[in-house]
Design a protein around this ligand. Sequence first.
Ligand code: ZN
Length: 142
Amino acid sequence: MSSHESAIDRVVAANSGPNYEFPPPQPALGLLILTCMDARLDPHAMLGIGLGDAHILRNAGGMVTDDVVESIAISQKMQLTREIMVIHHTNCLAHGDRAPTFTPFQTAKWVADTLRADPRLPFREQVRGFVFSVEDGSLTEV
Ligand SMILES: [Zn+2]
C-alpha cells in the first residue's frame, strides 16, 4: 500500500458487490453473540456458523454498556433472538484498558451475570459466558 493510499480507499476499491445470496434478516439460530472487537476473532469461523445465523455485537472487550443492552433488547423485542452468548478471549488488549486486574474468565462471567440480571431484557434464561483462546482456538464455558 502506498503511503498516500488510505485503508478505506483500499477496501472500497476491493468491493465487488454481492458475491453470495443474502440470507433473511432474522437470525436463523435465534442467537445473539456479544464479543470483543479484536481483529483476531472471527465469530463465524470460531463457532461454525454462517451469515444470517446470529446477531453479533462487538466492542472493546465484549463488555456490557447501555448501548449493548439496548441493542439486545431491540433484538429480543423484535422476536429475533432469545439466547445470549458472551465470548471474551485470552490476550485481550482491551482488558488492559477496561478491566486490567481481571482474567477473561472473570469478566465473561461478570458480563453474563450482569445481562442475566438486567430487567430491560425480556429473555434471560439462556445467557452463557465463554472464553476463546487465541492460542489454541478452544472455547471454554465459564
Ligand atoms: Zn479483546
